[in-house]
Design a protein. Structure first.
Length: 108
């Protein structure tokens, strides 16, 4: 069992299509896995240079597009912090997080 979370914002597991655009490079994952919060995500993906600007498309029932910056690489993935999402983007992210969280709590 894990101890208390030190994170300021709750995170939820996700598994859905994700597209990352880094410069001219596009990385698509049909069944991307990781965790998501209102301020960023950790995604199991190939190594990307820290401090790289990234455009992220998270495809789900409702897709969300946000810009971010790579803050961490390691542990089999990348940590991306969202940069100044618009109010509408934050609302879509909050809805998406609620949807993923609800799916986690449903019996399988």
């Amino acid at each position: 069992m894990e101890g208390p979370s030190l994170r300021s914002f709750p995170r939820t597991f996700f598994c859905c299509p994700v597209e990352l655009s880094v410069g001219d490079k596009i990385i698509r994952r049909e069944q991307a896995q990781g965790n998501l919060s209102i301020h960023g995500l950790f995604l199991q993906a190939e190594v990307l240079p820290v401090d790289s600007a990234v455009h992220i498309k998270i495809g789900a029932a409702r897709s969300v597009e946000v810009d971010g910056v790579v803050r961490f690489c390691g542990g089999g993935g990348v940590g991306i912090q969202f940069t100044a999402p618009l109010k509408a983007d934050r609302e879509c992210l909050a809805d998406l997080i609620a949807d993923f969280t609800e799916r986690e709590t449903l019996p399988h």
